[in-house]
Write a protein that binds this ligand. Structure first.
Ligand code: HSE
Length: 380
């Protein structure tokens, strides 16, 4: 099988190297920008790949929604299989691409778009065939986990830890989606799409770690907890979907032991109970290994993971939990405070009474609209 690659960044380069080392696979051309075109195997025009009848499969590892999305559509229309690691692109166009692939009887797999090297989507696509999957959750972003771990365990500053995550190839070129929680949200929405055939689309309740301070880390550590960024999704009782991302204070849960760039992705099946997969969630070779797994899958006849008829849907996040909040003292009036943890320089940290995910995220949005800062995290 001859494979062309779109993009020669962290993932594309890893995929190219791994194809070269894998028996039965052959490297084809690699699409790069004109300024990066330094090797014989590189091309700068997608048409060389689309019109090359010897290329069977294309790996898209460019990142970004466009032009990656248009290129992927053209790849399938040209009658080639498609594998991608691009979560933003699959979140936008995955349903449409799956339809084209199905009509053309070509493969379209995207395991590497969620969990890096952790075979989360791969396992969900199999498990949902024989069990009712009740819920999905996990640490799905390596960059933020690396930052949280470095701040809590090594006393690094946010900026130092982010710089290191960038240097190690974990962060996106523009890390704002990592830090804001959007990268985790895109991953949980892909997990919902693969599992339920319903893809959440609102992104209303997505909170990252941009507002976490070194003081917050100290206060939380003093109480014996650690912060992790958790993505959650699943079925509500009425069959609608929930999906949200928010930091969480972990006292005892297994997420606490997830260090550096690792991901920890769980699902709960009605019969299987809780299943957890653990491994490197970002980085060149872990992510490339997931791409190679998809290539081999297609070679063995597994053509798709997006269910037929998958549709975009709103989400309802009505579950109830207590929250840790740090805000300006006057903003605490908007909360039912259960226990104050610390008062410091006009700010107050406290635990709220139980409230819904939607209520908490809306309150934080309102406070920020009024120009003030807040950090919050669900309590385990
Ligand atoms: N920036 C992503 C992360 C890369 O840190 O998880 C893997 O999807």
């Amino acid at each position: 099988m001859k494979i062309a690659v779109l993009g020669y960044g962290t993932v594309g380069k890893g995929v190219y190297e791994m194809i070269m080392r894998t028996e039965g696979l052959e490297t084809g051309p690699v699409l790069v920008l004109p300024a990066e075109c330094t090797e014989d195997f590189m091309v700068t025009d997608i048409r060389y790949i689309l019109e090359d009848g010897s290329v069977d499969l294309v790996v898209e590892a460019m990142g970004g929604v466009e032009p990656a999305g248009s290129f992927c559509r053209d790849v399938l229309l040209a009658g080639k299989h498609l594998v991608t690691s691009n979560k933003a692109m699959v979140a936008e166009y995955g349903i449409e691409l799956a339809e084209i692939a199905r009509k053309r009887e070509k493969g379209f797999l995207f395991s590497a778009a969620c969990g890096g090297g952790v075979p989360y989507l791969h396992n969900l696509s199999i498990a949902k065939e024989s069990d009712r999957i009740l819920s999905l959750s996990g640490i799905l972003n390596g960059t933020t986990n690396f930052i949280l771990d470095a701040m809590q365990e090594n006393g690094s500053s946010f900026e130092e830890a982010l710089a290191e995550a960038k240097a190690l190839g974990y962060a996106e070129a523009d890390p704002s989606a990592d830090l804001s929680g959007m990268d985790s949200f895109r991953k949980i929405l892909l997990a919902c799409a693969v599992t339920y055939g319903k893809q959440p689309c609102l992104a209303a309740d997505v909170e990252g770690i941009c507002d976490l301070t070194a003081d917050d880390v100290e206060v939380i550590k003093e109480r014996g907890a650690a912060v992790r960024l958790i993505a959650s999704g699943g079925l509500n009782d009425d069959g609608s979907i929930y999906a949200f991302v928010e930091p969480k204070l972990i006292f005892k849960g297994m997420e606490r032991s997830v260090r550096r760039n690792f991901n920890c992705a769980s699902y709960k099946g009605e019969n299987s109970g809780l299943i957890t997969l653990f491994g490197q969630g970002a980085g060149r070779y872990p992510t490339a290994s997931a791409v190679l797994r998809d290539i081999t899958g297609i070679a063995e006849g597994k053509l798709g993971m997006m269910p037929e008829g998958c549709e975009k849907t709103g989400e309802i996040n009505g579950s109830v939990q207590n929250y840790f909040v740090r805000c300006m003292s006057e903003d605490s009036n908007g909360f039912h405070v259960k226990e104050v943890w610390k008062k410091h320089n006009g700010t107050v940290s406290f635990i709220t009474d139980a409230q819904t995910v939607e209520e908490m995220h809306k309150k934080a949005e309102q406070i920020r609209k009024e120009g003030r800062r807040i950090f919050f995290a669900a309590v385990e």
